[in-house]
Design a binder for this molecule. Structure first.
Ligand SMILES: [Ca+2]
Length: 284
C-alpha cells in the first residue's frame, strides 16, 4: 500500500546548491505550473507523486507533424518522482543490463519488455496485481499494480500545467539546469535527481534516460486519439519513448517531443539501449 507523506516546497531544494536554486527560481515562473504534488512512499521504498487528473493540450503547433495539438484528459495517477534506479531494478528483478554501472543512476539498456517486467516485479513485491501479461504484453489498466505511463500521462506530468516547450518556459538555454543531455552529460547517464525538478516535483523528465511509455507509436495517432485517457493504438511495431536522453539535443527533450523504438520483447536484443530507462505509474 502507499503511505501518504506530505510534500513541501523545501523538496525543491534537494541536492541543489543555494545559488543554483536561486537562479533557477528566477527562471521558473512557478505560478504557471502550479505547486509541487504530494509525495508518497511505496512499500518497496520508491517515492511517487500523486497527480490529480486533469485536462491539457497535448502536442505543440510549433513541433513536428506528429505533435498536432489536441485536448485530452487523464484520470488521477501516481508517478515515480525519479527514473527507476539500477539499485531498485536489481533489488526487484535480480539483475540488470545497465552499461553504466552505478546503483543511484537510472537503469538503462532496458528494453520495453524489461521495463514491463520491472513493473510486474514491483507490483508482486507490494502485494498488488501485476498489470502486464508477459505472454501477450497486454496491459490491464484496471489492475492496481504498476505499469508504464501512457504517452498522454507522461506529457501531462512533464508539462505540469504549463503550455510552453518546457515546463520552465521556452528558453532552451535554461534546460541545462533541469536535464542531463548531450550538451552537459559528458556522454553518459548520471545519478537520478541531481538536476532541478519540474513544477510538480518530478526529476529528470527531460534527459538522462529516455522513458518508455506503454503506448504503441503511430505518427497519426493524435488525429484519432480519444479525448479521455488515450491509451495509444491497439497494435504497432514500435513503442513510444519520451523526454530525450543524456545523448539528446535540447529540442528532443521538449515536453511534446515524440520518439519511438523497437520494444525488443526478448532480452537478447540490447544493442543501443543504453539511453532507455523508465519510471512507473499506478492508477490513482
Ligand atoms: Ca528522463
Amino acid at each position: 500500500m502507499i503511505v501518504a507523506k506530505h510534500n513541501t516546497a523545501a523538496r525543491l531544494g534537494g541536492p541543489i546548491c543555494g545559488a543554483v536554486m536561486l537562479a533557477a527560481l528566477m527562471l521558473v515562473p512557478m505560478a504557471q505550473g502550479g505547486t509541487a504534488r504530494r509525495t508518497v512512499k511505496t512499500k518497496s521504498g520508491v517515492e511517487m507523486l500523486y497527480l490529480p487528473g486533469g485536462s491539457f493540450v497535448m502536442g505543440d503547433a510549433k513541433g513536428a507533424p506528429d505533435e498536432k495539438p489536441h485536448r485530452v484528459s487523464v484520470d488521477a495517477f501516481y508517478m515515480d518522482k525519479y527514473e527507476v534506479t539500477q539499485e531498485s531494478y536489481r533489488k526487484l528483478v535480480g539483475s540488470d543490463y545497465s552499461r553504466w554501472k552505478n546503483p543511484k543512476a537510472p537503469v538503462e539498456q532496458a528494453t520495453w519488455a524489461a521495463a514491463a517486467k520491472y513493473c510486474n516485479a514491483r507490483s508482486r513485491a507490494e502485494g498488488l496485481t501485476p498489470c502486464y501479461d508477459t505472454k501477450t504484453w497486454k496491459c490491464d489498466f484496471a489492475a492496481n499494480g504498476y505499469r508504464l505511463p501512457t504517452e498522454a500521462e507522461w506529457e501531462y506530468a512533464a508539462r505540469a500545467g504549463t503550455t510552453s516547450s518546457y515546463s520552465f518556459g521556452d528558453n532552451q538555454s535554461a534546460l541545462r539546469n533541469f536535464a542531463w543531455m548531450k550538451e552537459n552529460s559528458g556522454g553518459r547517464p548520471r545519478e537520478a535527481g541531481k538536476k532541478l525538478p519540474n513544477p510538480w516535483g518530478l526529476y529528470d523528465m527531460y534527459g538522462n534516460v529516455a522513458e518508455w511509455c506503454n503506448d504503441f507509436y503511430a505518427v497519426d495517432y493524435y488525429q484519432k486519439s480519444p479525448a479521455k485517457n488515450p491509451q495509444g493504438p491497439a497494435s504497432g511495431s514500435r513503442r513510444v519513448v519520451r523526454g530525450g536522453s543524456w545523448n539528446s539535443r535540447a529540442t528532443e527533450c521538449r515536453s511534446s517531443y515524440r520518439s519511438s523504438e523497437n520494444p525488443a520483447y526478448s532480452d537478447v536484443c540490447i544493442g543501443y539501449y543504453d539511453v532507455y530507462g523508465l519510471r512507473c505509474v499506478r492508477r490513482g
